[in-house]
Ligand binder design. Structure first.
Ligand code: L34
Length: 287
């Protein structure tokens, strides 16, 4: 039976360190860091993640507000919102929660963010710096995954990591982080066109599931003793729950836990780390 990695507890440790950093800033006579969150539309999942970010920000002493806009906002108006936040010297960090409505090219909105305020590390300039190994923001979910692995005492250097999913938020930047000198993983990125996927995933020392399909990874896809990181957050209808749904990851938890050495749960795994590492970027932006 695998060790269940407690992302909630590890994220709380990181938030503690952030709080100390914030306190030091304030002692040095600076105002508290300020994070501006932009939320478009009424997707309940997005609203709940943003709420989690606000709450966590306030707990570490980072000030933050969410600006909410209707689904009908135009791309030009949203870009203007971002420009105003860029120009506001009181704003240290800007986060535009994704996904955006289909009529908006989200890439145009991200490119409008001042790279120095881009606490998601989504701007092409920051993505480029990440690829080159230059100092700067780290993307929250990928950096959170690396922290979870390191703080659980799992060796990464020289190990074979297989990532399922090639998204701009997780798969691609995670591969980039893992191949940096000093992290030193050997990385394979799989996706929907990958042939013989189970053959590849079975060779992973560390398997990362980030494709967004509920319980996709089954025990037969996992090598005995592998560490399994589950990035998926899928809502599955469940009438026995008060909310009417339950959260499941991209990994079939019970059977994979029998076979793995380490596994992250959903919820309480990668999710809280994403929030903690984004707050870390906000502190860096203010510093
Ligand atoms: N711009 N958009 C931007 N930045 C991001 O970093 C995100 N992401 C993803 C979606 N869109 C984004 C998030 O914030 C996913 N994501 C995210 C963040 C936190 C949690 C889940 C997804 C989280 O806190 N998950 C909890 C459960 C939450 C619940 O109960 O609904 C967990 O324990 O996994």
């Amino acid at each position: 039976m695998a060790v269940i990695i407690n992302g909630k507890a590890i994220a709380a440790d990181i938030r503690n360190d952030i709080k100390q950093g914030v306190d030091e800033l304030i002692k040095a006579g600076r105002r508290p860091p300020y994070l501006a969150v932009v939320l478009v539309g009424d997707d309940p999942a997005s609203a709940s993640y943003v709420q989690g970010k606000q709450k966590a920000a306030h707990e570490v002493g980072i000030q933050s507000d969410t600006r909410t806009y209707p689904d009908s906002i135009t791309q030009a108006d949203l870009v203007n919102v971002v420009h105003r936040l860029n120009d506001d010297s009181e704003v240290d960090g800007i986060l535009v929660q994704l996904p955006l409505p289909d009529h908006i090219e989200y890439q145009r909105v991200i490119e409008a963010i001042n790279p120095d305020k881009d606490v998601d590390c989504f701007h092409p300039e920051n993505v480029g710096k990440l690829m080159l190994g230059l100092p700067g923001f780290k993307p929250a979910t990928p950096a959170g995954i690396v922290e979870l692995i390191k703080r659980s005492g799992i060796d990464i250097a020289g190990k074979r990591v297989v990532i399922i999913g090639r998204s701009n938020i997780v798969g691609k930047p995670l591969a980039s982080l893992l191949i940096q000198k000093g992290v030193d993983a050997t990385v394979t990125v799989c996706h929907s066109r990958t042939q013989n996927l189970p053959d590849i995933t079975r060779r992973a020392d560390i398997l990362v599931a980030a494709l967004g399909r509920a319980e996709f990874v089954t025990a037969d896809m996992v090598k005995k003793g592998a560490a399994v990181i589950d990035v998926g957050i899928n809502r599955v209808d469940d009438a026995t729950k008060e909310r009417g749904y339950r959260l499941v990851g991209d990994v079939k938890f019970d059977e994979v836990a029998e076979k793995a050495s380490f596994i992250t749960p959903v919820p309480g795994g990668v999710g809280p780390m994403t929030i903690a590492l984004m707050l870390q970027n906000t502190l860096v932006a203010a510093q």
